[in-house]
Write a protein that binds this ligand. Sequence first.
Ligand SMILES: Cc1ncc(C[n+]2csc(CCOP(=O)(O)OP(=O)(O)O)c2C)c(N)n1
Length: 623
Amino acid sequence: MGNILKRIKAPEDLKTLSIEELGILSKEIRRYLVQVLSENGGHLSSNLGVVELTLALHLTFQSPHDKLIWDVGHQSYCHKIITGRKEWFKTIRQYQGMSGYPKRCESEHDIFETGHSSTSLSAALGFVKARQLSKEDYYVVPVIGDGSLTGGIAFEALNNAGRINNSQLIVVLNDNQMSISPNVGGLCKYLDAIRTVPLYTEVKEEVERALKRIPRIGDEVVRTVRDVKSSIKQLLIPGMLFEELGFKYLGPVDGHNIQELITVFNYAKRLHKPVLVHVNTIKGKGLKYAEHNPTKFHGTAPFHIESGKIKSKSKEATYSIVLGQTLKKLGRQNDKLVGITAAMPEGTGLSIFQKSFPERTFDVGIAEQHAVTFAAGLASSGFKPVVAIYSSFLQRAYDQILHDVCLQNLPVIFAIDRAGLVGQDGETHHGIFDISFLNHIPNMTLLAPKNRYELESMLSYAVNYSAPIAIRYPRGKALTDFAEFNQPLSYGKSEILIKGQDVALIAVGSMVKKAVEVASLLKQHENVSCTVINARFIKPIDKERIEQLIKTHQHIVTIEENVLSGGFGHSVLNYVKDKSSKCRVSCIGIEDAFIQHGNITQLYKLCELDSESIYHKVKSILK
Ligand SMILES: Cc1ncc(C[n+]2csc(CCOP(=O)(O)OP(=O)(O)O)c2C)c(N)n1
């Protein structure tokens, strides 16, 4: 850790530093970020890009009195380091260590929790209103990226915010031209156009000075120019869009020039209306390979500092890659197949399909709700859209799934990636609710594969199916186990892997392998004979199979990587309770709690979803 950084225990300590020392501190912070993230992994390029911005914000505003709100929060590492957490930072993203996102329980400086994008402006507006009602006095400063500004909720908040006088609301737009991948859409083009315009306030003041020099009519012209919302204003005001929404637009500012940032923030503080400060930054700043490939280092696994090479890169395909490859194959056979991603072409594997079919792939920005209704429109017009979204982000689009897709029974395919526990991103990113929020929607069919081959056949099946259908699969390596169990899919039918008589384990997707391991432990240690069923279909459940099991087994145990409430187990339980009083159903899944971050093995243990814990549970159920 550098010498100046060692001295920074709280944001006030920054104020003792000269501009030159702040420059050195920026370098020290970057070195520290690289050092820790090369061990722990994390959001490297976004954080390297906001070092000077974070310092300038803490120099101009009094956190926590003034409220800094980090959109998504993946770029809050520097904020954490300078708000008294620099030693603890070494544990970032580790089990029971520091969170990779703002956490209210961690520090009084983390005033609002985030993880999903585009929420900061709405939250900020809430703070503004609360402050006005309680007659307090502080600035509210949401920091939002150009990627996150593509999310619908951000537009809703902008629309609401611009008309509040004396709002002391200063929106900082951190524009690095990147979402995870290059940013897309009309707003992005608009920002492109104004990115290179000189700092607006300078231009405007200069023009006004020039006009005033014109004898007699100068002042009058200035007044007219100020008032007129016309094409002249378009020329003079690069941030016209924001001005029209009621914001004072300041910028663009060089986000790596601390002095310039401080000057503009101080100016913004003096204005009695909402302000938007447009800051240009470079994602990955200061680290060559991260600047060169900000997407790869957006969220990185541990890496070698010298080369930037990932330390333990698995050669095995992930489920996301299997999705991309399978869609590419299916796309050749069916020219109606189209792919949709909400700003995650790489993460979801859709980029593989995109390379072959760029004209049939749509990146809509961080706009999950729009992605789903857009798919509904395509499906209504004879296309077969595959919407590939992570489970936790699909939560955003619940009503669109229900109202726009399922109500009209449209053939949209949902490829639900990262279903289950995801690891170090923690609470906000675990995909443990999708079964529950899809299970109760009429017309929806929901499946989960036990291995990569089943994901392939489920996708082929889905392409030929003519109603809403969703396939959920976990993060990481696509299993190749159980390749011998490959009977063709049949609607609503499960698959039997092991025949036994004492207890039937019905497992969903990722839990199938665990169920087989548990069956082996029970046989070995308790001489209990298990039937193991791969559910394949979560909705509808395989009623025929369950009725057979009721006749031959006294216990059914369901196992799923989803919260218990409203999950697969509850569907089975509800069905059996009316059919049999002899057969007992027990459900294993995630209890009613948010799950912290950590590696997957630790989290399975924590949630008692590792084979050992499930074995003990089943053992006690049988007793
Ligand atoms: C609702 C939602 N969808 C997707 C994501 C995944 N995600 C995390 S950061 C990010 C890009 C954000 O881009 P930007 O706001 O420009 O920040 P940058 O990392 O470029 O600084 C995305 C898509 C998310 N966090 N939330």
